[in-house]
Design a protein around this ligand. Structure first.
Ligand code: CTP
Length: 409
């Protein structure tokens, strides 16, 4: 039995990035040999085991055979005769198909080190198409490694296009699409995820609401980048800088302007009512992909309210309170922070505005603080009851925001 370190651990070590998971491949062994050594099996179809002490993953070298469409269409073939090269050959990208033995010697039959140095995401072999999730993985790795200068190899883009044309993405289950999307939204440059998907036609198939934003013009005086799709890309990258790794803010950034695709052509490049128009496509997308409730709820709030946030300094205090109440911000300050991060990203996700200030954020934080400081006890002590307490608190909260505003002018 021979054991090698493989996949992300080898790749990230070579890139000088922190290694999170250590995955190993075991060649020349049968499941019962690993079980006898105390390894614990994972799942029942996967020939994967956890090390009894470290808990790290050890997978028997395997080849895969396609038996049907999509994620559930696999049959695994693992036997002691499967070689390391055969196992590496069925992996997705060359940079993920490098193995390292216990002496630190690299086994790299597919040029992964060369591609790491050349900053290329390249598929290992035609077997890539056996798993359509890989299309999303390539886009996700592009989002992660774009800041390092990585891009997708031409032949891999051609293969992705071929997969989309063959209908492979139509068979992806929503859970897998969301899982990869969520990770991509938490990467350093999520715009690369969109560009790769769009470049192969998968954006239209998987996210038609987002794909429809490309080619939709906006007013040049507010949006020098003009194209709404480009704006969304910029907002995504701004969000990744403001709230690193936060896929909730990322999802709000992705969907905040979906309504702009539905603006009547004769109204372009103005987008009056896009906040309201965006709700229907956002709900369609969130339902189809089964996104978590908080993602769907906050994204809808950002979609509806982002212009109110931008106008916060001009809003009447009663309207500010209404906005804060809609966000449930008094009880949940962390939600206000996510909302403000998405709104700031929207502000900065415009050509030439990448470093704009956003005094609205601090103003809304202070308004929240003032309003939240108003509690029920004094009104109860005055003898108020039922709805009268709520009405009195609301008046007091508006007054508190007025005072906060006056004191700071
Ligand atoms: N659909 C997939 C999933 C995984 N792999 C292979 O399995 C390894 C481990 O997969 P995973 O842990 O998902 O990815 P990592 O490359 O380790 O990346 P991450 O840093 O995101 O964990 C990958 O490197 C790749 O060789 C693959 O070929 N095809």
């Amino acid at each position: 039995m021979r054991i090698y370190l493989v996949g992300g651990a080898v790749r990230d070590k070579l890139l000088g990035r922190p290694v999170v998971d250590h995955d190993h491949v075991v060649v020349g062994a049968r499941p019962d040999e690993l079980l006898a050594q105390g390894y614990r099996p994972v799942g029942k179809d996967f020939p994967v085991f956890l090390h009894p002490d470290t808990g790290e993953e050890y997978a028997l070298a395997r080849t895969e055979r396609k038996t049907g469409h999509g994620y559930h269409g696999f049959a695994f073939h693992a036997d002691p005769a499967v070689t390391l090269e055969q196992d590496l050959a069925r992996r997705d990208l060359t940079i993920n198909a490098i193995a390292e033995d216990e002496h630190g010697v690299l086994i790299d039959p597919f040029g992964g080190v060369r591609d790491l140095e050349a900053r290329v995401l390249r598929h290992v072999s035609p077997a890539f198409v056996e798993d359509p999730v890989r299309l999303l993985r390539v886009a996700r790795f592009a989002a992660r490694f774009a800041p390092l200068g990585f891009s997708v190899a031409d032949e891999t883009m051609a293969l992705l296009r071929h997969m989309v044309a063959a209908g492979e993405v139509d068979h992806l289950v929503p859970e897998r699409v969301w899982a990869e999307t969520r990770k991509a939204l938490g990467e350093a440059q999520p715009s690369a995820f969109l560009r790769v998907l769009r470049g192969c036609g998968a954006l239209r198939a998987l996210f038609p609401e987002v794909d429809a934003l490309y080619g939709i013009p906006q007013r040049a005086e507010f949006h020098p980048e003009i194209d709404t799709g480009v704006h969304v890309e910029m907002v995504l990258d701004a969000a990744a800088g403001i709230a690193p790794g936060d896929d909730l803010v990322g999802f709000c950034a992705l969907t905040h302007d979906l309504g702009k695709a539905l603006t009547p052509v004769d109204e372009l490049p103005r987008h009056v009512m896009h906040e309201q128009r965006g709700v229907a496509p956002l709900r369609a997308l969130a339902t189809r992909l089964k996104v978590p409730t908080e993602h769907a709820v906050l994204a809808e709030l950002v979609c509806r309210e982002h212009l109110n946030a931008h106008r916060a300094l001009e809003l009447k205090p009663a309207t500010v309170l209404k906005l804060l109440t809609a966000l449930d911000a008094l009880r949940r300050p962390e939600r206000l922070e996510s909302f403000l991060a998405a709104c700031l990203a929207d502000k900065r996700g415009r050509l030439g505005h990448e470093h704009d200030d956003y005094p609205q954020a601090d103003y809304l934080r202070r308004a929240r603080g003032a309003a939240a400081a108003v509690v029920a006890a004094p009104f109860v002590a005055q003898g108020l009851q039922g709805p009268a307490i709520g009405a009195a608190m609301e008046r007091a909260r508006v007054a508190a925001i007025v005072e906060m505003k006056l004191c700071n002018i």
